[in-house]
Design a protein around this ligand. Sequence first.
Ligand SMILES: C[S@@+](CC[C@H](N)C(=O)[O-])C[C@H]1O[C@@H](n2cnc3c(N)ncnc32)[C@H](O)[C@@H]1O
Length: 397
Amino acid sequence: MNPLDIRALRLGLKYTQARLGLWVGVHASSVGRWERGRHRPRARHIDRLRELQQHAQSETPGEAETDPVLRRRETASDRGPAKRNAAKRNVAKRNAAKRNELKRSTAKQIATIRAALSARATSASTVEHGDRWELHHGDLFDVVPTLPPAHFDALIVDLPYSSGGLHIGTRQQTTHRKYQGARIQHRRQDFDGDQRDQLSFRTWATDVLRLSYRTLKRSAVFATFIDWRQLAPMILAVQCAGFTLRGIAVWDKSEAARPTPGRFRAQCEYILWGSKGELPGARGVPVLPGVLRSVVRASDKHHLTGKPTAVMRWLAQFVTPGGKILDPCAGSGTTGVGALLEGRAFVGVEQDGHYARVAAARLRAAEQGRVMEAGGRRGSSAGAVEGLQGEAAGGGR
Ligand SMILES: C[S@@+](CC[C@H](N)C(=O)[O-])C[C@H]1O[C@@H](n2cnc3c(N)ncnc32)[C@H](O)[C@@H]1O
């Protein structure tokens, strides 16, 4: 092949010297030298050129462009600036398409997870409500994630203490064995979630408080009950969950609480309190007593470890007037009763069917200003709970 043939072949194919060099297996500058007659192609290069010549004669130039060998061997650096820009645009286009595809598939995954979560929440829980209250019967770990963020003004909660003994054997007993004396007239229904050891309790309590934290407004307040045995892990859990712990209030159960000769009477339970972040002074809340003395009365005790209505009214007063309170372990709904009687709104969660029914009934009555007595009796008007004296029903726990 003479220099003119090589040049004619290349121009006929509309190839650059670089492209022809790629086909043949030499650098572009060698093709330039062949075309100028400076060098002669070697035998194997002439074979490749002939092959290409045959190819060009049998195919249209457009088809030659699609030659897979040629396409595979071509690199961006061999293309002219226009082609390089086009290649860059193609890469950018491909990346944008990939990003969009990723966005679409992530959005799809999130929608699937959301649908699964809400299906789980609606199938696993039922809701009863009034004008100012809502009671979910279900597991708090299903329900609380479905509640809106930054929504509540307070978390007031009485978690299962997993108490009732210092050692795991005593803690693992049923709740009525742990919390009801031997000489009881009416055995109250047991509840689950009260058998954890101290480390598990701290972890679990942190999870509950952390989950609830998300649903609280900035500067919302919290109050959470505990006894002396679980005071230390609860102090940790509250802070691990992100709350600012600001103090401990005391519920004095009076001399009606368990006496043990030679010891101090176990007459107090504690309320850790504080806020989510800063706590402004002017919230429309007066100075509250740091200790509340309130006897547990049988007619006011609807749960194995139920709190007196008077105690929950006292705590509701810690919340901005008209505010909304969350209790994810509502039991018989005493937090809600206190909230409604004090002009606050309430959302509760309770996993136990029996206690969820009791809570809903009490909340319906409280919304009308009535306090239901234990055992299903209609009970008195709200004012009657103000009196803190009455029949003692043993300690809360
Ligand atoms: C200490 S009691 C609350 C008593 C309540 N303060 C009252 O006066 O009736 C704790 C309640 O939390 C409920 N509980 C425990 N684990 C729960 C969970 N995962 N979801 C919802 N409720 C739960 C128990 O069934 C129990 O009734």
